[in-house]
Design a protein around this ligand. Structure first.
Ligand code: SAM
Length: 285
């Protein structure tokens, strides 16, 4: 038996569930699912199946269906259980609740009502993809699903174009090729990207290339399954940082710090204060 029955404090327990392989669940998640007074789930069937696989008995507990859009009634019912001092475990269909999944409105309502909100952390496709893609992970921005309409999707890319970190998208296989083509157009055809498909499952695949190469490659092979797309940050930022430094060094040879900073900030269309502190730093060297 992989689970234990443990006494749980009253509160809401967000339980992360596997994103592909059923055994990717933590022992603590199983303990919480075995021990919670009340279980709620985005997809009651898949949660029942997971409990069955791991031999966690439901006993006389029912699994309550909850989706943020299922609205206030179910949310109020769950809140009432917490008022009554009960523990409530909630799982979304796969991965971590609230990550492109329901749970936000529930977490908000429960914390506003002053009850405990805690978690049994575990799998999420974002972190799984980042950990194997080979792109920088010092900073990343989770975009999630972009809208499916072309112009809205392109606006979505525009909005994150200059984010100084790896961009992480979820995408459906039906739209992957168009999405990569739009990304190539808006973010730059030669940006490095990685497509992670069917993570933790039998047909797991990681394909790397520039955006334009990946679009062509998937157009040729076709694509099925669940997908995370990661895009490296634009290199423009790095080279222009170098350019700014070089321009400042030159300007400092004949100008005061303030004038050099003003001139260079204007020339590159960047924040004056940042350039000023860089100029002070360079002057000090
Ligand atoms: N809550 C989940 C999480 O923590 O990752 C995400 C749920 S969201 C509704 C489903 C999307 O996550 C899929 O369409 C896909 O983009 C991504 N995803 C989930 N499982 C995946 C897997 N095994 N491989 C690749 N992508 C996955």
């Amino acid at each position: 038996m992989n689970h234990q029955f443990v006494p749980l404090k009253a509160g809401l327990y967000f339980v992360a569930t596997p994103i592909g392989t059923a055994r990717d669940i933590t022992l603590r998640a199983l303990d919480i699912l075995a021990s919670a007074d009340v279980i709620a789930a985005e997809d009651t069937r898949s949660l029942r199946r997971l409990l069955e696989i791991h031999g966690v008995p439901l006993k006389d507990r029912q699994v309550i269906a909850y989706h943020d859009h299922s609205g206030e009634n179910v949310r109020n019912r769950l809140l009432q259980y917490l008022e009554d001092g009960k523990s409530v475990a909630y799982a979304s269909e796969a991965g971590t609740p609230l990550i492109a999944d329901p749970g936000y409105h529930l977490a908000k309502a429960v914390s506003e009502a002053g009850h405990l909100v805690t978690s049994a952390p575990g799998p999420s496709a974002i972190v799984t993809a980042l950990s194997i893609a080979g792109l920088p992970t010092d900073a990343f921005f989770f975009v999630g699903f972009l809208p499916s309409a072309k112009s809205a999707r392109r606006n979505g890319f525009e909005a994150v174009k200059d984010v100084p970190g790896t961009l992480v998208f979820y995408e459906s296989p039906k739209r992957l090729v168009q999405m990569l083509e739009d990304a190539a157009d808006v973010l730059g055809a030669t940006r490095d990207a990685v497509v992670c498909r069917e993570l933790t499952k039998k047909f797991e695949e990681v394909r790397r290339g520039t955006l334009v190469e990946l679009a062509a490659s998937f157009a040729e092979t076709g694509v099925k399954g669940e997908i995370v797309v990661l895009v490296d940050r634009g290199q423009g930022d790095e080279s222009s940082a170098e350019d700014i430094e070089t321009a400042l060094e030159k300007a400092l040879q004949s100008m005061t710090v303030r004038d050099a900073a003003d001139t260079v900030a204007k020339a590159f269309g960047v924040n004056k204060r940042k350039v000023y502190s860089l100029a002070l730093e360079l002057k000090g060297k």
